[in-house]
Design a protein. Sequence first.
Length: 370
Amino acid sequence: MKFWIIVTLIVLGEVLQNALCQQHKRTKEAGDNRIRPGNKRMKPRVPKGKDRESGFSGKSQSIMTRVLDKGRFLKLSGSYISNSGESLELRCKGSQIGWAYPVYLDTFKDSRLSIKQHDKYSQLLLSGTSAADTGEFSCWPLLCDGSECTKDVDKTTTTYIYFTDKEELFVPSTSYFEIIYLRPDRPSIIPCRVTSPAVKVALHMEVPPQEIPVDGDQISFDPKEGFIMHKPGPEHRGVFYCKASLRGTPQMSVKYQLLYVEVPSGPPSVTIEASSSRVMGGDNINVTCTVLGEPEVEVDFTWTYPGQDQRPVIIKEAWRLINRGMGHTTRISQSVITVEDAETIDFGNYVCTAKNLQGQTSVAARVDSY
Ligand SMILES: *[C@@H]1O[C@H](CO)[C@@H](O)[C@H](O)[C@H]1NC(C)=O
């Protein structure tokens, strides 16, 4: 019992903190933490006047509860602190429920996770929880028309669960080293998430060794995301790590290599090259279309060519990252069209069109016969 009083106090503390720092920017998910230890039933209850922060009405009431030992239920929304090691049982009311949970659990096809739909509720069980399971859990009723189901957005309940572990102040990362791309036009996140909102976190640069001041304006910290650089610039390149403390020895996060991306966003910049501009019948022809761009921007290639619809060709696509020094990285995307055993119909213009979300660019190369 004493344990739950402590947890309740911690969660309430977090509610206040959320209310103070996140009210303005997260109104969308500003569900409050309603804690009702000892509730024997999952009765839908209209929040009392005391549950003030959210300004929510009964419409957005949480449908998610955590099942505690001895058949006690705790209604969840907002964020919630659990101890790692315990097992987690969540229930969401409804005869058809969809779930989302930290991708980590999917990536490793975790056998600790099971989901079962019962008549009136769906049950998510996660055994042997650990700090790595920290993240967002949500559920929603499915509105089905025959076999087509859509998500009931209004009734979706999302809870961020911290699995607190004093040995793991940071949510463990699957790699020892992470690469983060900084762009002039959007915020970047150094994802050193923590396993308790009470952890104090500082941002450090490795060379020259220094602590980076966090003013909440240029750089801010969110325990659910990490450090957010609101206006990244070339001066933020380098190797960084986060340092956490909560009584006892400080802990270090993995290292983050921050690379500055200089390529401006826009339609792809494309070059094209044929293996040779004059070939003889029976030769092979390769035409290569190359795009240099931002590391995360995908490029789609399409080709038009003289023998279109009349003869088979081989088209191969690939991309890789190239390090251009000084923390600059570029993605090189290529498409190669190969025509084997060239004939008369293969001579003419090979046109490559490269497309990204910003637009498209076409370039052509001419292949003639001797
Ligand atoms: C075309 O590309 C393939 C694969 O890269 C290569 O093996 C072949 O020699 C190339 N052919 C010509 C004519 O350049």
